[in-house]
Design a protein around this ligand. Sequence first.
Ligand code: ADP
Ligand code: MG
Length: 319
Amino acid sequence: PHVARLIAAGEVVSRSLDVVRELVENALDAGATRIEIDVEGGGLRLVQVRDNGRGIAAESVALAPQRHATSKLEPDARSMDRVRTLGFRGEALWAAAQAGELRLVTRPATQVGACEVRAHGDDVQVARVSAPAGTTVRVQNLFAALPARLRTQAAPAAEVREITALVGRYVLHWPQLFWKLSVDGEARLSHAPADHRGAVASVYGPLSANRVLTVQAGGVRGVVSRPELTRARRDRMHFSVNGRPVQAPPELEKAVIEGFAELLPAGAAPLCVLDLTLNPEDQNPNVHPAKQVVALADLSGVAARVREAVAQALAAHPL
Ligand code: ADP
Ligand code: MG
């Protein structure tokens, strides 16, 4: 049973990048307006996420690292269609506590004292402490007890690159929040509340912000690069669906390029950050453990909206 548990946990947390994503999503689900991420040793030694969100009440804090303990989903089968939060399986904290040492300190603003939960494997200990409102979750020594898993981890520098890119995507899609990423004690990325253009400045540098046009039509919001300043880099196309950064289906990337029509040189790919708002029942994030792949009920309809929104943005800004 212990081995089965570790395998199941490995589906959710197979590398430190997964820990960062899951903890950040929890902070977003908690309504945080400030999210600070600390990573040490490529995330294997430490991943810490501090937020100023709603916290966990003392009476339910011991449940948080239990498997399938979630406050986000009603236990009836149909509710999957109505998920509006990023998390819903109740497995992330549990998996982090299986794969490493979890420490969570949390306090709802209305509660006097804070609680600390330490969890590793099946062992869960709760203590009363004092702390500011919000939640800080730390995962230390990831895979220390799993040498086979440790051997297959990327080099710290490579993992940090991907973590930085991941946090950058959250900044791009949640630009209204404060964000800070520190790596081995040094600030790597910081962002104060702004619009999508400001987020492009934080992630790609201040000059990039002058290169983008605002897109807003038909449930599609964000920015695209001005055609004359567009370079051929597909790694700069970012989409989110209802707040969740997703790996875009190629149809959506194609729709953006088609929105430019003949304005774009052949083979060029614009920078874009596009947030799609869909009815929850029209998308299913439950097709992959990391929830980065969404199934869209009407992909061609969504693609048409994207193409149209991009075309409108370009039409509104004649060269
Ligand atoms: P899920 O996000 O799928 O519900 P998790 O294992 O990620 O499951 O978290 C378990 C529960 O712990 C959440 O449902 C939530 O109630 C609580 N929780 C976790 N992180 C936070 C946080 N940063 N702020 C407030 N509550 C949190
Ligand atoms: Mg979660």
